[in-house]
Design a protein around this ligand. Structure first.
Ligand SMILES: Cc1cc2nc3c(=O)[nH]c(=O)nc-3n(C[C@H](O)[C@H](O)[C@H](O)COP(=O)(O)OP(=O)(O)OC[C@H]3O[C@@H](n4cnc5c(N)ncnc54)[C@H](O)[C@@H]3O)c2cc1C
Length: 385
């Protein structure tokens, strides 16, 4: 097949009749597609899943809700997602710290079912003209004088596309950027071990997420709809049980038993059987912009999930990336340079905030996990995630 979608004309970008190719259809890639559509620039999103996989990242702050409305005023939040009144945290002391959303202009956050949310965003992008190729992956991309010649694997065959620009929105693996020579700079070795619990009690009435620290890391639990919760333990990868016979579930439940508040929340609910381990480290790329490409969202920089800023950042990056790409296609490269500089500053600000937050927890001076944070969290350079 050869580029059935690639021959449109776009007044805003005269002379560029090729679409922007976005690799990865998560919040960052789809926000980029939505924002490009507003600038009358066509895009093709290559998404390797059919939005039927397990996805983590449930909490959308009121800022994110406002961003969504700005990106797509007609965006409908479906009933599978629930409202969030805020967060309660036992961090640094046994006194609860509360974040209330009621007085925020957004008035509430959302507890998301992530696969549904990402699929909703994909439909929103399609409705403004973006082409979404689900269950597809980028096989190769060769730089040409006018952009890129790319080949995709899809439906057991290959598609060719001529693209004006490529956006790497592949999330933490930053696959495309690394193929272009960028390197991931990792700043800790955190992982999250997560599971979903069904609770047939009045849990739905409490829409707050809960955070609690323990000696080996910290816990996070969020309601998803009225009868389901996502619960995860964040620690360092070398503190996980090891070996082929490791009992991850037993270890996880043992860690849960060390909590004061989290275990009460989950008391009497059906123990989960499936556990998902995901990288939760803070990382950034050394280069986020190259010749004819840029990285956005987690591909450019991934925050510690404590920040609960990943989706907000992805939506924000998508909008900024679209503006920079439009300027670039119109012959102005300064905006791409500004995009890169802004991201660098953003990551540096995030690191300062993270150091401040981890510095607030001083109750386990001999803990490996917390003493590493005290020491300024080691920096690891890594080629592959
Ligand atoms: C444990 C954990 C909990 C989190 N909790 C929260 C939270 O509560 N709130 C919050 O705001 N953020 C949270 N985050 C962060 C948030 O999930 C991410 O920041 C956000 O999803 C980033 O969006 P993205 O589009 O950049 O990347 P992703 O969401 O990772 O999307 C990348 C997309 O690209 C696709 N893809 C990957 N490689 C390819 C390829 N080669 N070809 C085609 N497609 C590809 C993937 O299928 C995926 O759809 C959490 C993160 C972790 C690890």
């Amino acid at each position: 097949m050869s580029e059935p979608w690639g021959r449109r004309s776009h007044d805003a970008v005269r002379g560029h009749d090729r679409p922007v190719l976005i690799v990865g259809g998560g919040p960052a890639g789809l926000a980029t597609a939505l924002a490009l559509a507003r600038l009358e620039i066509a895009s093709v999103v290559v998404e390797r899943s059919a939005y039927d996989d397990r996805r983590l990242g449930e909490h959308l702050t009121p800022v994110g809700l406002l961003q969504l409305r700005a990106l797509d005023p007609g965006f409908a939040v479906s009933g599978v997602h629930g409202r969030s009144a805020g967060t309660t945290a036992y961090w640094g002391s046994e006194t609860a710290g509360h974040t209330d959303y009621f007085l925020h202009p957004g008035q509430h956050g959302l507890n998301l079912s992530r696969p549904h949310f990402d699929a909703d965003l994909a439909r929103a992008a399609e409705s403004v003209g973006a082409k979404i190729l689900r269950s597809a992956s980028l096989r190769s991309a060769v730089r040409s004088q006018v952009g890129w010649q790319a080949q995709m694997d899809r439906d057991g065959g290959t598609d060719d596309i001529s693209a004006a620009f490529i956006v790497d929105a592949t999330g933490r693996p930053a696959t495309f950027s690394r193929q272009q020579g960028a390197e991931i700079q990792a700043h800790d070795r955190q992982v999250a071990v997560a599971t979903f619990w069904d609770c047939a009690d009045e849990a739905g009435a409490n829409t707050r997420s809960l955070i609690e620290t323990v000696e080996d890391g910290w816990w996070y639990c969020a309601p998803i709809g009225p009868t389901r919760r996502m619960c995860m333990f964040v620690t360092d990868d070398d503190l996980l049980p090891r070996g082929p016979e490791r009992d991850l579930r037993g270890w996880w439940l043992d860690q849960l038993a060390r909590t004061v508040h989290m275990c009460c929340l989950l008391q009497g609910v059906a123990p989960a059987s499936e556990f998902i381990t995901r990288s939760a480290r803070s990382q950034c790329l050394d280069i986020v912009v190259g010749s004819g490409w840029l990285a956005t969202g987690d591909a450019a920089m991934a925050f510690d999930p404590l920040a609960s800023q990943g989706i907000v950042k992805a939506l924000d990056h998508g909008q900024r990336a679209a503006v920079a790409i439009a300027a670039h296609l119109n012959g102005d490269d300064a905006t791409l340079a500004t995009y890169a500089l802004d991201l660098k500053r953003e990551y540096s600000a995030f690191q300062n905030t993270r150091t401040r937050y981890y510095g607030m927890e001083r109750r386990w001076p001999r803990s490996i996990f917390w003493s590493r944070r005290d020491a300024g969290i080691a920096s690891h350079s890594a080629r592959a995630p």
